[in-house]
Design a protein around this ligand. Sequence first.
Ligand SMILES: NC(=O)C1=CN([C@@H]2O[C@H](COP(=O)(O)OP(=O)(O)OC[C@H]3O[C@@H](n4cnc5c(N)ncnc54)[C@H](OP(=O)(O)O)[C@@H]3O)[C@@H](O)[C@H]2O)[C@H](O)CC1
Ligand SMILES: [K+]
Length: 503
Amino acid sequence: MKLFTAEQIRALDRYTIEHEPIASIDLMERAAQAFTDWFVQHYPASRPVAIFCGMGNNGGDGLAIARLLQAQRYTVQCFVMKLKAQGSDDFETNLQRLQELTTVTLLERAEQLPVALPDDALLIDALFGSGLDRPVEGFPAQLIQFLNRTKLPTVAVDIASGLFADRPNGSGDVIVKPEATFSFQFPKLAFLLPGNAQYVGEWYVGDIGLHPEVIQQTETSWFYTDAAAARALLQPRTRFSHKGNFGRALLIAGSYGKIGAAVLSAHACLRAGAGLTSALIPQCGYKIMQTALPEVMVMTAGSNKKIVSDFPPLGAYDAIGVGPGLGKDFKTAKALGGLIEKMISPMVIDADAINLTAENQAWLAKLPRQSIFTPHPKEFERLVGPVANDYERLARAKEFAQRYQCVIVLKGAYTAVVLWNGEVHFNTTGNPGMAKGGSGDALTGILTALLAQEYDSATAAKLGVYLHGAAGDLAAQHNGMIAMTATDLIEQLGHAFEQLNHA
Ligand SMILES: NC(=O)C1=CN([C@@H]2O[C@H](COP(=O)(O)OP(=O)(O)OC[C@H]3O[C@@H](n4cnc5c(N)ncnc54)[C@H](OP(=O)(O)O)[C@@H]3O)[C@@H](O)[C@H]2O)[C@H](O)CC1
Ligand SMILES: [K+]
């Protein structure tokens, strides 16, 4: 699914108004109706509602929502933050429509705050939407601070007031903190960035019928992978396949005390459908791996029993994943440098293999094209240096992916798959229960398995990250977010594949 900037969304609105055709006031009514339908499903009419409106189209939506909720028998108080004499045309029309039915309170000065609100009130924030073009200051900032201080459950219309849809906010910016955001047609880029979590809450998207033709034609480099998008990436396994078709995968992983990381990644590789899974691990892990996973073929390498070094020739493998629990011994580093130089097919590079690459940047130029890096934010900064915010992190990942023709999987709440062609695909599956040791090892195994099955790197990364999150969601359902482990996640992979097959 595509994501657009605020400016692109404005252009999509205009095109829809002209070509559907639909009057702009009717498009606003459609948006307000979509919000209201959703709101009625989520919040009971027994709770009083207080709606705070600005004077642009976001405020216009708020006024229309006030009218529609009143028709659904909600008790509604409506406030307009009056910053200027005249609002947008559609705002003015909706103000008139509402004032024919009820009184609207104008808020113009700080002295009018605090506003008295019932203890069980639900707040709707329609002060600013995607038209916000500067940080909020003065009276509007005081009003937002007041709303936040009430701690009453707040729902944002389209986007929390004060939050920029597609560019960074300053650290001191005043922004509404909603428990939920109901957005029109598309999630905003800002919703997918970890630093904005408290300014988004749960987000929902309502279809308001923007013109499908123009959505299809409008180019973007931002996407998100939902079930439909992931489903389209899945290759059918034919009945004539035998283990040779599904590729030979190799994990190079583990060091003394971290053999578990090797076991987890190999386990996930098996469950993600690799035909033959092998592991190259230190001698100290031999029995552990053979016992834990009889399906895995095990090799050990190097005279030091605690680490892997001196890799044997590895040309027989279709895909190699390297890094989980590997450690950073200089002998391991030397072997990894040699491997990177020889390999021609894409590799998955995780954990200590990322850290070692960060310390040996000359390897980057020799890296097999379309290799996949899977850094968490700290590992990413080791690779590229410090970054100031989520937007800069994405920009740097794009630059890096383009320069080295690789894929960067930026792990986080909405893991971002950044491709060498500049595209960014945000994942939509997963949950906080996955923020635990072992989750990343599982992802490396999954990605290596998909590469071995001849998925290209971009597809493997998007699909693998989706499945990893979907399996995590199933593990959370069965074991709870607190108790779930990486092994639970791996054991749900089969169900995650099935679920996707039937999506
Ligand atoms: N397809 C859709 O998504 C639809 C969306 N709708 C809704 O429309 C808004 C966007 O409406 P818009 O009128 O463009 O913008 P806002 O309502 O967000 O803001 C209006 C004006 O507010 C002023 N502004 C901006 N920043 C600040 C600030 N920091 N402090 C004070 N004032 C500010 C600015 O006007 P100025 O004259 O003061 O410069 C803005 O123009 C979208 O979010 C949806 O809710 C439609 O209803 C239907 C389709
Ligand atoms: K808003």
